[in-house]
Design a protein around this ligand. Sequence first.
Ligand SMILES: [Zn+2]
Ligand SMILES: [Zn+2]
Length: 145
Amino acid sequence: MSSVPIYQIGCPNGHTSELPETILEEIIQYLRASYTGEPVLNFVCSDCKTAFHFDYQNRAPVGHTDAPRQISEFRVLSVQSGCDGNNCIDNVMLVAVRNRDMSEESVQQEPQTWNVSGVKCKSGYRALPFGTSKHPPFQFFAGGL
Ligand SMILES: [Zn+2]
Ligand SMILES: [Zn+2]
């Protein structure tokens, strides 16, 4: 079995988690299939709920593993939010990777607590908080409902 690179996902407040290349690829593939344009990956920290950009193109592994964690071990949800640019048609993708045992209620309520002020759309406008745009709320693509 070939060894899989591991990447560290770090929020601006110093919380980190690690995801294998296989899960990152599945997330990117899902975003490509579900939304138009090349995906821009923004994660939301599970500790402080801060959204931050992850530079997928320039990622560098922090290690390797022969037994990577599987995406089915997590709940992964994606939220499409708008930006504050007038007439801007870009959207901001937010991806939250959570433990599989997170309660349904917590998952439903959590996006309202997200701090998205640090992420921007491709045109450089600030993301709007969850619930303030007309887009569909959120969808799961792993460990869903
Ligand atoms: Zn954090
Ligand atoms: Zn925009």
